[in-house]
Design a protein around this ligand. Structure first.
Ligand code: HDE
Length: 741
């Protein structure tokens, strides 16, 4: 029988430390190591607790205890009636351990179940002062933030790179209370009224009989819904565009979607739409990359976010607002600002920057932070208020309600990740998981027993500072005196003009991707009637779009159900064009066992100096001439890379391929896995470079040395110099068939 005190027995082998090295330094190209240290405990305001307080529950070289702090000698054997006898009910440690384990899971979010998050800060520019009194926007003021990105449809364990809308939810821990901006990476939504949210989600989720398909919109019920509810067509075309498969959470725009009402210090109101603009630009995967990653690295976006922050490439966004006068009709250039299926083109309402956000710290514990964070559109601060958008109104109910079952009661704001950084002095009492020990006897107002406390800020006159006076006051927005009705305004009947606006905004390459996405998704539907109905909707957006999808489906192109709208595109909606910072991009450096450090090191250093991450990809792990190999031909795949530089042309290694392939490998001049890597990089329009030594791979992959985005040079450094110039454009757009046509 093993002895739990074994590490204290003289002569017993010393316990081995976990086989990990120190966490990487910023810009260390090695993938980050798992941190096997004790979980850091934090206060409500995010400060790390020091010493005993901070590490009392960490995995440390201390005594293991029960939940009540009783030291244990053995947690490996249950208490039995003899070594081979039955387990005794008396075993309180076994029961505590198993019972706690049995209850480790909480319900996953009903939507947005899969997510990844990071801490950071928001810094105001001071430019919003004229329209909004919220302190968070004051010049230079830094407010801690926590951001959770997510997919919508998939379960918690689903893949990151599926075609879907992405959530972009930000918690601002402001001095005036917590403000949550719970947005998406697309500016419009499927439905105009929150009462239809359960319907669209039921349609998008897996079919109830077999629970398939997971995290997909390519199935009958989704297309049944969107073809029957044509208000969904605008959001759907965004999903079918490259926006539905982002390259990285760091490279997504974020939108508040609804119009919000802001109030300035004089009490004047304006209507605004919030936009997050990523410093790195808006970029996407190709559909094939997204599909491959679903299998090869389902955690791709989660890993990318954490790795970038670990490497010091902190993601950054600028927050901007489109500002509209708060007129009675709440429209702008004829666009109904209360209709969440409509955007306002930036060309007619420019996005004005009001601050920036930097994400600079990974969560310490996924469950405690990313899983337990609870966003709520009703978490508003003085100066920021809601409008009557019926989708937003329903959300204001739903987000509070859903936490009750997800987090087990009404005290979820006391969880460390949700605790406000502003002082809390509420009269909410008791309930499941109450952590506060409230003194006093009179949690009601007015009272005469607890000195009348707490006071509300009304009638306090001169005793309060200006800042204290800044309480939340609901904006006194006028409402149309009317009868109670279950109806939409007439403006909500226009379902196609903005879907067309989006289509017309795209470049030929982006349009081609949209056509392929519709063709794929509808091709996965079984019901002919659904495909035909969706084709009618496409005809109402654009005849050419409909024609191309119909051809792919082998169906005739129908007539539109409504006259095609006479609108123009909004150039700001296209992702193409421009050049962008390359922070955190991953560059594959292909070597073989004969490659010398002198060939690789200067390029590695140049890549690092440019803020990118070099991955040395070699035939085996370990080091080659002292240079660490990050990926082998077995563990690496093109989809992880943003560009590849062939420093060598590795020859086949038959033993790595399995007996059956040995003959073929022996005959090939180049390792087929490297050839595949280059074929894929080329097909996905990534920059490809080769030295004269690596050029044989290009030949074997059928890639012409003078093809767009392919560079060849004598030595690695010269090749890298040319390759680096291609990266700010994200992809070699000229290589896509639509661009070549
Ligand atoms: Fe949500 N949504 N939503 N949603 N939503 C939730 O809240 C809901 C909508 C969004 O990372 C839930 O805490 C209704 C629009 C994000 O924790 C739930 C309606 C937008 C997240 C809920 C909408 C969003 C959620 C599930 C229609 C973009 C993830 C768990 C009236 C502006 C937040 C939870 C996170 C999560 C309800 C529509 C964004 C059930 C009823 C529009 C980013 O409360």
């Amino acid at each position: 029988m093993s002895d739990p005190t074994r590490d204290q027995i003289p002569g017993a082998p010393a316990p081995q430390p976990p086989s990990v090295e120190e966490p990487g330094t910023p810009h260390d190209p090695l993938p980050p190591k798992p941190d096997h240290g004790a979980p850091e405990l934090r206060t409500a305001t995010g400060e790390a607790l020091e010493g005993e307080e901070g590490t009392a529950r960490g995995q440390q070289g201390r005594w293991l205890t029960t939940a009540t702090g009783v030291k244990l000698r053995d947690t490996d054997h249950s208490l039995k009636a003899g070594p081979r006898g039955p387990t005794l009910l008396q075993d309180h440690h076994l029961r505590e351990k198993i019972t706690h384990f049995d209850h480790e899971r909480i319900p996953e979010r009903v939507v947005h179940a899969r997510g990844a998050a990071a801490h950071g800060y928001f810094e105001g520019y001071g430019t919003a002062g004229e329209i909004c009194l919220a302190g968070v926007f004051e010049e230079g003021r830094r407010t801690p933030t926590f951001v959770r990105f997510s997919t919508v449809l998939g379960s918690r364990g689903s893949a990151d790179t599926v075609r879907d809308t992405r959530g972009f939810a930000t918690k601002f821990y402001t001095d005036e209370g917590t403000w949550d901006l719970v947005g998406n990476n697309m500016p419009v939504f499927f439905i105009q009224d929150g009462i239809k949210f359960p319907d669209i989600i039921h349609a998008g989720k897996p079919h109830p009989d077999r629970e398939i398909p997971q995290a997909q919109s390519a199935h009958d019920t989704f297309w049944d819904f969107v073809s029957l509810h044509t208000e969904a067509q605008h959001h759907t075309i965004w999903n079918m565009s490259d926006r539905g498969i982002p390259r990285s959470y760091r490279m997504m725009e974020g939108f508040g979607v609804h119009t919000f009402r802001v109030v300035n210090a004089e009490g004047a109101t304006s209507l605004v739409k919030f936009h997050w603009k990523p410093k790195l630009g808006v970029h996407s995967l190709t559909w094939e990359e997204a599909q491959m990653l679903g299998g090869l690295d389902p955690d791709f976006h989660r890993r990318d976010l954490a790795d970038a922050i670990e490497a010091g490439a902190f993601p950054e966004w600028e927050l901007g607002v489109q500002v509209f006068p708060d007129t009675d009709d709440q429209t702008f250039h004829g666009i109904d600002l209360l209709d969440p299926t409509k955007l306002v083109p930036e060309e007619i309402a420019p996005v004005q920057p009001i601050g920036k956000m930097v994400l600079d710290r990974n969560p310490t514990n996924y469950f405690a932070e990313t899983e337990q964070v609870a966003f709520h559109t009703g978490h508003l601060v003085p100066g920021i208020d809601v409008t009557d958008d019926p989708l937003l109104q329903a959300r204001n109910f739903s987000y509070l309600d859903t936490q009750l079952s997800r987090l087990g009661g009404p005290n979820f704001n006391q969880l460390p990740i949700n605790r406000p950084h502003a002082p809390v002095n509420d009269m909410l009492r008791d309930g499941m998981h109450q952590h506060a020990v409230h003194p006093g006897v009179a949690p009601y107002r007015p009272n005469s027993l607890d000195g009348g406390c707490p006071f509300s800020l009304e009638n306090q006159g001169e005793d309060l500072s200006d800042e204290q006076k800044r309480a939340f006051v609901d904006a006194a927005a006028s409402i149309e005196a009317s009868r109670k009705v279950r109806a939409n305004p007439a403006s909500y009947d226009d379902h196609f003009s903005q879907a067309r606006l989006f289509w017309l905004s795209l470049s030929p390459v982006e349009k081609e991707h949209v056509v392929r996405a519709y063709t794929f998704e509808l091709g996965k539907c079984y019901e002919q009637a659904i495909k035909e109905r969706q084709l009618v909707a496409l005809a109402s957006i654009d005849a050419d779009l409909c024609e191309q999808v119909a051809t792919g489906l082998g169906l005739p192109a129908p007539d539109p159900s409504v006259a095609v709208a006479d609108v123009e595109g909004s150039p700001a909606l296209s992702q193409l064009g421009g050049t962008w910072p390359v922070d955190g991009r991953i560059i594959g450096l292909v070597v073989d066992t004969t490659t010398s450090a002198a060939q690789v090191q200067p390029v590695r250093e140049a890549v690092l100096a440019a803020g990118m991450v070099p991955f040395v990809v070699g035939p085996r792990g370990g080091e080659i001439d002292g240079v660490p190999v990050q990926r082998t031909f077995a563990t690496g795949r093109s989809v992880e890379l943003d560009a590849v530089l062939l420093i060598a042309a590795p020859v086949p290694a038959p033993d790595a391929l399995g007996a059956r392939d040995e003959k073929a490998a022996g005959e090939a001049a180049v390792d087929p896995r490297v050839r595949l890597l280059v074929e894929e990089c080329f097909r996905h329009s990534k920059a490809v470079g080769a030295t004269s030594a690596g050029q044989a791979v290009l030949e074997s992959a059928g890639v012409a040395a003078d093809a767009p985005g392919v560079v060849v040079a004598d030595d690695p450094e010269a090749a890298w110099e040319q390759l680096a110039e291609l990266l700010p454009a994200h992809r070699v757009w000229d290589r896509f068939p639509a661009a070549l046509a």
